[in-house]
Design a protein around this ligand. Structure first.
Ligand code: TYD
Length: 137
């Protein structure tokens, strides 16, 4: 199967707030642009650690720091962009062939990721050179 072209987008989620506090709702095919098959979260990330260093062939993901913040370096093979993900109403949508590296996790960072597919190691590209080869296909 051909890999999906890489694309990312920063989204602002609608917050419902009143005197009691705030609430954000995530709904498949409404503010989440896919059917949700999996949710996972990264937490207690050790100081100075970098994660990611991979791309996906097909996966669609929405990442939200539900606590704290972290940095994403996104690379579509021709352009690199650094994004600070911070705020419970900020979401980063990624699909297809995007090389990503995450760093600068604050000690309170909980990075939640929604995905449109179950975990599948075969969908990962963990070698940067292989990623560039996929881009040029
Ligand atoms: P990995 O995707 O390499 O983490 P990161 O990109 O954040 O550095 O995953 C780390 C480990 O967790 C790896 O052994 C695969 C496993 N894993 C699952 O079992 N299920 C999942 O949904 C994810 C994302 C990872």
């Amino acid at each position: 199967m051909l890999a999906l072209a890489g694309r990312h987008e920063c989204l602002t989620l609608n917050t419902i707030a009143d005197v009691r506090g705030g609430l954000v709702a995530l709904e498949a095919l409404h503010n989440v642009p896919f059917e949700i098959k999996r949710v996972y979260y990264l937490f207690d990330t050790a100081k100075g650690v970098k994660r990611g260093f991979h791309a996906h062939k097909q996966l669609k993901q929405l990442a939200i720091c539900v606590s704290g913040s972290c940095q994403f370096l996104l690379d579509n093979g021709s352009q690199k962009e650094s994004i600070t993900l911070e705020g419970v109403d900020k979401a980063l949508y990624m699909e297809g062939l995007i090389w990503r590296e995450m760093s600068e996790f604050t000690s309170d960072c909980v990075l939640m990721v929604l995905a449109n597919a179950y975990y599948d190691e075969a969908d990962y590209i963990r070698n940067y050179q292989t990623f560039l080869e996929f881009i040029s296909r």
